[in-house]
Design a protein around this ligand. Structure first.
Ligand SMILES: [Fe+2]
Length: 279
């Protein structure tokens, strides 16, 4: 536990940014007008060192959320209790507004990949991820947010649509949804389903955060590259989502070829202008 005193974890509002290491210096020097930052929890889970010092310094200035890729909630492996213990210590230390991970899997037989891999939408896979999310929530002592995936393949074994799978997970775990509108657009285009129908099927009171990012058009499919400004169809889908779910706090994600801070700030200001139109 840290002896630092943080402002009480409060609700987040408006359009925030994903914290990227190339922007630390600018943020500490300029203290830019950003309503909140999202930190990648996996980057701050070591014991001590510069990363956690920086995370604490950001937390003293801004509300934060913690977003991770390591819970492997969809894996058939048991929940990694060592990972969860380290995450719990980080959560206790930084007091984020939300803690989130993905409807995906990244490990099997204890071996980890760097990719968020898709699930077959079967009752068996749904029951497995429901159990894992419930265990994770019990360990952390808080409600999780889970993020809808982007995908490039469908499984022949799937027994339900993605929105049915996600809806069942939300209903049976009490967890909330981190709605990645770019992921939804990419998957809907790749698999030829209606993103609008997907949005309309979601429970209206369970969408607590939205992600926006840029994709890459690779000709016969869209790739969720997180290395581009948000595309026009995703802005349109975002407006549709806000019309259904209200002014949900929104994050600009940018993970590859990270540009100058001002470019990210411009994207968050654009999201903020759209949020401001929601009553
Ligand atoms: Fe995302």
């Amino acid at each position: 536990m840290t002896d630092k005193q943080f402002p009480a974890a409060s609700s987040i509002v408006g359009a925030g940014l994903g914290l990227r290491s190339s922007h630390y210096q600018h943020i500490f020097e300029m203290k830019p007008d950003v309503p909140w930052f999202e930190l990648l929890s996996d980057n701050y889970m070591g014991e001590g060192g510069l990363p956690i010092v920086r995370a604490e310094a950001i937390r003293e200035l801004y509300p934060i959320t913690l977003h991770g890729v390591g819970m492997s909630l969809g894996s058939a492996d048991p929940l990694n209790v060592d990972y969860m213990a380290r995450l719990k210590r980080l959560v206790d230390r930084l007091e984020p507004t939300y803690v989130s991970d993905h409807i995906a899997w990244v490990s099997i037989d204890g071996k980890y990949t760097h990719d968020l891999l898709p699930l077959p939408y079967t009752l068996e896979a749904q029951k497995n991820i429901i159990n894992k999310i419930s265990q994770a929530q019990d360990i952390l002592g808080r409600t999780l947010l889970v993020e809808n995936p982007s995908s490039y393949l469908m499984f022949n074994s799937s027994e339900m649509s993605e929105q049915e799978f996600v809806g069942g997970v939300l209903a049976q775990t009490g967890c909330q949804l981190l709605l990645d509108v770019n992921n939804l657009y990419v998957s809907a285009q790749n698999h030829d389903f209606s993103a609008n129908e997907y949005l309309s099927a979601l429970p209206k009171d369970r969408v607590k955060e939205i992600h926006l990012a840029g994709y890459e058009d690779r000709g016969d499919y869209l790739f969720d590259s997180h290395g581009h400004t948000v595309h026009d169809p995703v802005w349109l889908l975002y407006q549709k989502a806000l019309s259904l779910f209200g002014a949900v706090p929104t994050l600009i994600e940018w993970d590859t070829d990270v540009p100058d801070f001002e470019v990210l700030l411009g994207e968050s200001k654009k999201a903020q202008r759209i949020l401001d139109e929601v009553f």
